[in-house]
Design a protein. Structure first.
Length: 469
């Protein structure tokens, strides 16, 4: 064998390994739902690949005798003199995949009433109103201008500008816009089309038909002070006690919604598809459509292709077989990696599974435990969700950065929340005070600015805003 031949063989082997690695990297970040779709498409176009669906025990018993049998589909006609060329096969794959995708899209897009978008709800109710068609069109236009919280994104003047036509009577148009906004506001559950939180709170006050003059004055003139909890400032200007102001603020928090779409699903709602379940005792259940993926036995494949004399056909079949073998190998490699990660998560986060807090665990640490690159761990967990006894969580959320010593960020946040929950509400603790308590009583040494960052991350107001009079 010449030097050139040896060099050529080496290059070919490296190219093959690279292709294997590329597909492996492509499969790792896929969710189980995406993997199922990929397998479904591949089995439709590659008869050397066999996927066995999850079945009940009764179905398994009935099909047990057929589990390891392989057959070539009728459409893959071995008696034809010329099989599909590679290009023809790619076209067939695309056609079949489109059919699968369109079917999936249709099922996913069936409307579900309980998750309807609030804009659709408003339009449905509007359609029942006996109002002028021109006015109804303006109402629909205003509904489309609502943001995700249900507030109108533009002033009424701007809305009129957007609707105005050449030589149109401006005064008449403004009258229509004002009337349309009022109609939209009174569509159930009410308040959609308000320009800001203050206007929405006043709308709710009027709709409730309550008689609280002090509350109405606070909502009309002191909404910014309410948001900043400037109770002393409001009480001094209105000439009432801080306690009176505090009672009204408590009433607002208890009885008023913060924005019109509060509690209503929007059109951007995404439904989580779970990739796995971890039970109380640590058992891992993978949520996949297929429980087994196999490729035709090598000996059976060699016997099969021996029936063909055409070199192009044989070459094509070999590529298909190689592709199926590669997919099976990488499929189980990905599955094994994901299961190993979940096993480590269960072992390291047992406290959380039992109702406690998360412990320190980083993706770098996970990569060292499993002997893989940290980027591989990141690819394997991002965008995937698991169900545990206490609920559904993103896998990535089980990785917490170390904040100090052996204390995780999650643990530090939990301690901060506990300290704040036990503070004197009339004299709430500053972030400096909290940092000091963390160090003295809990041996957690973090700076004041870190306390502030964690507090804001949890949506906890500042000491001034937490103060109760």
């Amino acid at each position: 064998m010449s030097l050139n031949q040896k060099l050529e063989l080496k290059l070919k082997q490296e190219q093959k390994l690279t292709q294997k690695l590329i597909q492996k990297l492509e499969l790792i970040p896929l969710t189980n739902t995406e993997i199922d779709t990929l397998i479904e498409n591949e089995t439709m176009t590659n008869d050397f690949l066999k996927a066995v669906e999850e079945k009940s025990k009764k179905e398994e018993a009935e099909d047990k005798s057929d589990d390891n049998d392989y057959s070539i589909e009728k459409e893959y006609d071995i008696d034809k003199d010329v099989l599909y060329s590679q290009n023809d096969w790619e076209d067939i794959k695309k056609t079949k995949r489109k059919k699968v995708e369109s079917k999936t899209d249709f099922l996913e897009n069936i409307p579900q009433d309980e998750f309807s978008d609030f804009k659709k709800q408003l339009k449905d109710e509007l359609s029942l109103k006996l109002i002028d068609e021109e006015l109804k069109k303006i109402c629909i236009f205003i509904i489309e201008l609502l943001d995700s919280q249900g507030f109108l994104q533009y002033s009424l003047d701007t809305v009129a500008d957007l609707l105005s036509k050449k030589n149109e009577n401006r005064e008449k148009l403004m009258h229509y816009v004002e009337k349309a906004v009022d109609i939209v506001k009174n569509l159930e559950p009410g308040g959609f089309g308000s320009l800001n939180p203050a206007e929405f709170l006043l709308f709710q006050y009027n709709k409730k038909n309550i008689e609280k003059p002090l509350l109405k004055e606070m909502l009309t003139d002191y909404i910014d002070d309410i948001a900043k909890n400037k109770i002393l400032n409001i009480s001094s200007k209105l000439g009432v006690t801080p306690n009176d102001i505090q009672k009204n603020i408590d009433y607002i928090r208890k009885s008023f919604k913060p924005y019109p779409a509060w509690g209503i699903a929007t059109e951007n709602t995404e439904y989580i598809k779970i990739d796995a379940t971890i039970t109380e005792n640590g058992n891992i259940i993978m949520h996949t459509k297929y429980r087994q993926l196999d490729v035709m036995d090598k000996e059976a494949f060699e016997k099969y292709i021996s029936k063909f004399d055409d070199k192009k056909t044989v070459e094509f079949l070999k590529k298909q077989y190689e592709k199926a073998s590669l997919l099976v190998e990488n499929y189980y490699s990905r599955k094994s990696l994901f299961e190993q990660i979940l096993n480590v998560i269960y072992e390291r986060q047992k406290s959380f599974f039992e109702g406690g807090h998360l412990s320190a665990l980083t993706q770098t640490e996970m990569s060292e435990i499993l002997g893989v690159n940290v980027s591989t761990v990141s690819r394997a967990v991002n965008g995937k969700y698991i169900r545990i006894p206490s609920g559904i969580y993103e896998v990535a959320s089980f990785f917490v950065n170390i904040s100090t010593g052996d204390t995780s960020q999650d643990e530090a946040i939990n301690v901060i929340k506990k300290i704040i929950s036990e503070e004197n509400k009339k004299k709430p603790l500053s972030d400096d005070d909290i940092a000091s308590i963390l160090k003295k009583e809990h041996n957690i040494d973090i700076k004041r600015r870190t306390v502030t960052k964690y507090r804001e991350k949890e949506g906890i107001p500042s000491s001034r805003q937490r103060r109760v009079y």
